[in-house]
Design a protein around this ligand. Structure first.
Ligand SMILES: [Zn+2]
Length: 428
């Protein structure tokens, strides 16, 4: 048993002084008590506020290698699609060993900035020509090993990929993402499920799998209580192609296939319309926004006002990992929303609230729910995942217990995070 005594702890009751957090040997929060002389403190943390560790709901770890590599001109008019070509080139080169090395480095960076859990949307499965490796899950195992060696909690969102676009075969660069059949994909999911790891299913997008796969994978996720994640509505071209091929928008197609539910997370939803948002609200699905990546790729700005009004839970993801900083990621969700609507205080729980507490919920609890994890808030029973905020950091000067989270999210970066704990274990 460990007993941490920081200057402040952020619990659902707000920022609290003179508390002790007790952690079981298994790495769960066992109690939060008043600091008295009867408790033997194992870790005294003066000048520190302990917050729940951040949850990164959506990552492609290997894309970290593209940082700084895709800002030069690739064509007269660069878009998401020209960036995607560069990403495919990077994906072609990966081996199990280089994927492990890239992912390990990315996860170490995530931990240093305060992410304790990551949903890894993993889609590079097979050899570059599309043939499975002798061990069909060797690439997934490389990702999981990198997570173990770094010390971050990984939820492997095993991606299903079958086609290049609606009713089109994969092109040369997409072959290694694709399974030959739905059964081959589900056999790989079964094999990973038997290992008892944190797992979810993730059809890549409505353009990358046929409707029959969506239905079957949705059923599978409900049978085994697995999170179901999918990219949708990131680009207008996808919506136009979906309308042409299926006669409906991507989220309408997901609804028709019966895959929307509380276990579902839509990645991006940048161009979702009001009908699609109503479908998400009815089914209690979540949306993961990735503001730094969406900004980098020129995707657009999610319909935050409409999503908040419909009470659709939001989470954040670092996605392409062009930038890793949960504080900045959350600030950009709020800032881009302000620019879209020419208004302030968009991501708030009610009209009189300031955004700090909402941003923390989006970055922690909501992400944990979307990944099926027992973490995201400092209450007994949750995993002991924390970040230590340095209260002496110059960027936080002037904070008070009432404005602490607003000062953090609007005035600081992850440089104020001095220590991270995952499942009770300190990662330096
Ligand atoms: Zn993504």
């Amino acid at each position: 048993m460990k007993h941490l005594a920081p200057a402040y702890i952020y619990t659902p009751h707000g920022l609290q002084a003179n508390k002790v957090v007790s952690i079981s040997d298994e790495g769960y929060i066992s109690a939060i008590t008043e600091r008295t002389e009867n408790v033997t403190i194992t870790d005294l943390l003066p000048d520190v506020a302990l917050l729940p560790g951040f949850v990164n709901t959506h990552s492609h770890a290997f894309q970290r290698t593209l940082r700084g590599q895709t800002q030069h001109a690739r064509s007269a008019h660069d878009t998401f699609w020209t960036w995607r070509h560069a990403m495919y080139e990077a994906a072609q080169c990966l081996t199990p060993d280089t994927l492990y090395q890239n992912t390990l480095q990315t996860y170490r960076e995530m931990l240093a900035v305060g992410y304790c859990s990551v949903g890894e949307f993993h889609y590079i499965h097979h050899q570059p020509d599309g043939h499975p490796y002798a061990n069909a899950n060797i690439m997934s195992e490389a990702v999981l090993q990198a997570g173990l060696d770094a010390g971050i909690r990984v939820v492997l969102l095993l991606t299903a990929y079958a086609q290049g676009n609606f009713h089109q075969p994969p092109d040369r660069m997409q072959r290694r993402f694709c399974d030959a059949s739905l059964d081959a994909y589900l056999a790989r999911v079964d094999a990973l499920r038997s290992k008892g790891i944190h797992l979810g299913v993730a059809p890549h997008s409505v353009r990358a799998v046929p409707a029959g796969w969506l239905r079957a994978i949705g059923e599978y996720s409900r049978s085994y209580h697995l999170p179901f994640h999918i990219h949708a509505d990131e680009q207008l071209a996808e919506i136009e192609q979906c309308q042409a091929a299926e006669g409906c928008t991507p989220i309408e197609l997901l609804e028709r296939c019966g895959v929307l539910g509380p276990q579902t997370t839509i990645i991006h939803a940048t161009h979702a319309n009001l009908e699609e948002i109503a479908l998400l609200a009815q089914s209690r699905a979540s949306v993961c926004v990735c503001p730094t990546t969406e900004g980098d790729l020129g995707d657009g700005i999610a319909p935050y006002n409409e999503l908040i009004a419909a009470h659709v839970p939001l989470t954040i993801g670092s996605d392409s990992n062009t930038r890793l900083d949960p504080i900045e990621e959350l600030r950009w969700a709020e800032y881009s929303a302000r620019m879209r609507y020419q208004s302030r205080r968009i991501l708030v729980a009610d009209a009189s609230a300031s955004p700090g507490a909402s941003l923390l919920t989006i970055g922690t609890q909501a992400g944990a729910n979307a990944l099926g994890l027992q973490t995201g808030s400092i209450v007994p029973g949750m995993a002991a995942d924390f970040v230590a905020i340095d209260l002496q950091a110059p960027s936080l000067a002037g904070w008070t217990p009432d404005n602490f989270l607003d000062t953090l999210f609007f005035g600081a970066s992850s440089q104020v995070i001095t220590q991270t704990w995952v499942q009770g274990k300190s990662i330096q």
